[in-house]
Design a protein around this ligand. Structure first.
Ligand SMILES: Nc1ncnc2c1ncn2[C@@H]1O[C@H](COP(=O)(O)OP(=O)(O)OP(=O)(O)O)[C@@H](O)[C@H]1O
Ligand SMILES: [Mg+2]
Length: 145
């Protein structure tokens, strides 16, 4: 239980730099899942409200969990880009992908992960986007001003 809550809400998230927390989480994720993660984050992401850090951290976590559970990809990439007035996060894999345009529930079973990510970004007035196709992997990206 302690390990679980620690993973869900690492103490360094509130006080520390987001880049450091992402690096720490991804190192553990790669070890547990044996998925190789290419991480592109600046050395420091700079000051950011705790609320934003939590949203970005949770989305990265949900996306990597999805890669692990659904994609069968041995590889993922996480990219965090800070611009003067915005922050962008991308998570991509090269796994089995999914059909976003299919109306059939058998292709994309309903989950709350993607809905929740969308909601979290919307609350911060950001943009959320998923790019996916069968056999071509999945790429999730979001932009928050
Ligand atoms: N990286 C991925 N590769 C392939 N399919 C994916 C990927 N991410 C999501 N999916 C598909 O989209 C569906 C919805 O994802 P979502 O995260 O919303 O739900 P979930 O992971 O099934 O359940 P949970 O509510 O626990 O997150 C998944 O069930 C899966 O079929
Ligand atoms: Mg999920």
């Amino acid at each position: 239980m302690r390990t679980l809550s620690y993973l869900r809400h690492p103490p360094s998230l509130e006080t520390g730099d987001l880049s450091t927390t992402l690096k720490w989480y991804i190192a553990g994720f790669s070890e547990r899942s044996e998925i190789q993660v290419a991480l592109h984050v600046p050395e420091t992401i700079g000051p950011l409200p705790a609320e934003y850090k939590l949203v970005l951290f949770r989305i990265m976590q949900e996306c990597l969990t999805n890669v692990h559970r659904h994609s069968r990809s041995p590889w993922a990439a996480v990219r965090l880009i800070r611009k003067a007035h915005s922050i962008r996060l991308e998570i991509a894999d090269r796994g089995k992908g999914m059909d976003l345009h299919s109306s059939s529930d058998s292709n994309v079973p309903p989950g709350i992960g993607i809905l929740e990510m969308r909601e979290r970004v919307k609350l911060l007035h950001g943009a959320f986007h998923i790019d996916a196709a069968p056999g071509k992997g999945v790429r999730v990206d979001l932009n928050i001003q």
